[in-house]
Design a protein around this ligand. Structure first.
Ligand SMILES: Nc1nc2c(c(=O)[nH]1)N[C@H]1C(S)=C(S)[C@@H](COP(=O)(O)O)O[C@H]1N2
Ligand SMILES: [Mo]
Length: 315
């Protein structure tokens, strides 16, 4: 068989330009990789890339068989408006955030108000692994292996009085360290709330780590709330204050857009956000969208909390 040189089937000038094109492509790929490497240091902050190296979880899936979201995605795709509204840039702005020493003041309608050092809390309560789905109200989701302890343990310790009906949480206010807090559009500090029985539910935890490592600032270090059957915004980060109260707390999102973000914010595929459907979601790392589950898949555990309530009205 006659050998056909590529020059024969491709006119000379095109052949050359194709080679130039490929060379150019190589350079482009190389520079993208370089940019990638720089991005790790400049945009993510020193050491962030390595922090997933010894990521540990006891299983690869949650109880529904959904795969865990890679550690790298969890620490580089964040909502944390105190730093920036741009998810990919939170890590790079937050890596230097000072999370020690850190205390959480617990008070309000309790018999034994106390201020806890986070390191003491970690020692006092065994850190359990909880693999939970996190469903953001923006319709993306992840599966995260948290370390933490039930919020109920902390609440029992301070002894809520019979008047206490809700729990109010507050994030640290520190505009020097948190550039997003200089944006006055939002009513800082970030506030969230739960009904007392929701707060006492065993699924509700205070998380101090993920993938077997202490939380990084972008994920709410040193301590944040995780309530897996509610939209992500209820999972308030970097908590400094917890108060037992009588009246339903007004969250930051309720204050800014009450018709879009309710107090309950239970994941509900049947109640659309005024600006988009909540019936499906994009699981980070997957190509096809998946159906959103009522209560984010935790119906059996939590539906009793809302018996007799109109979940369209109380969204
Ligand atoms: N203080 C504070 N907590 C916050 C937020 C925030 O902007 N500030 N964003 C919330 C939203 S919208 C989501 S989806 C989750 C995201 O948590 P993650 O970045 O650890 O995945 O944090 C929630 N907690
Ligand atoms: Mo969110």
């Amino acid at each position: 068989m006659k050998k056909i040189s590529s020059a024969e089937i491709t006119p000379e000038h095109l052949y050359l330009s194709r080679r130039k094109f490929l060379a150019g492509l190589g350079a482009m790929v190389a520079s993208t990789m370089l940019l990638g490497a720089c991005r790790e240091e400049i945009l993510l902050g020193p050491g962030t890339a390595e922090s997933c190296e010894s990521a540990e979880a006891s299983r690869n899936t949650d109880e529904l068989g959904d795969e865990l979201t890679p550690c790298e995605s969890i620490i580089t795709y964040n909502n944390f408006y105190e730093f920036t509204t741009s998810k990919e840039d939170v890590a790079g702005l937050a890596w230097n955030f000072k999370t020690s020493p850190w205390t959480v003041q617990v008070g309000g309608l309790v018999s034994k108000p106390q201020t806890f050092d986070v390191d003491d809390l970690r020692r006092k309560y065994p850190q359990e692994e909880r693999i939970y789905r996190l469903r953001c109200v923006e319709a993306w989701s992840m599966v995260i292996p948290w370390q933490g302890f039930p919020l109920a343990k902390l609440l029992k310790e301070v002894e809520p009085t019979s008047k206490a009906r809700y729990v109010r949480f507050e994030t640290v206010y520190d505009p020097e360290q948190m550039p997003g807090q200089r944006n006055r559009v939002y009513d800082w500090p970030y506030v969230e709330g739960l009904r007392l029985d929701e707060a006492m539910h065993d699924l509700t935890i205070l998380a101090t780590g993920l993938y077997g490592k202490p939380l990084l600032p972008q994920d709410g270090a040193p301590i944040r709330l995780v309530v897996p059957w509610k939209y992500g915004f209820k999972n308030i980060k970097s908590i400094v204050k917890i108060d037992l109260v009588e009246e339903m707390p007004v969250s930051l999102w309720m204050a800014i857009a009450p018709h879009e973000y309710g107090f309950y914010a239970n994941v509900n595929p049947d109640v659309r956000h005024p600006r988009w459907s909540q019936s499906s979601e994009r699981r980070i790392g997957e190509l096809r969208r998946r159906q959103t589950l009522p209560f984010n898949g935790y119906t059996e555990e939590v539906a009793y909390l809302y018996e007799g309530m109109d979940l369209r009205k109380f969204f």
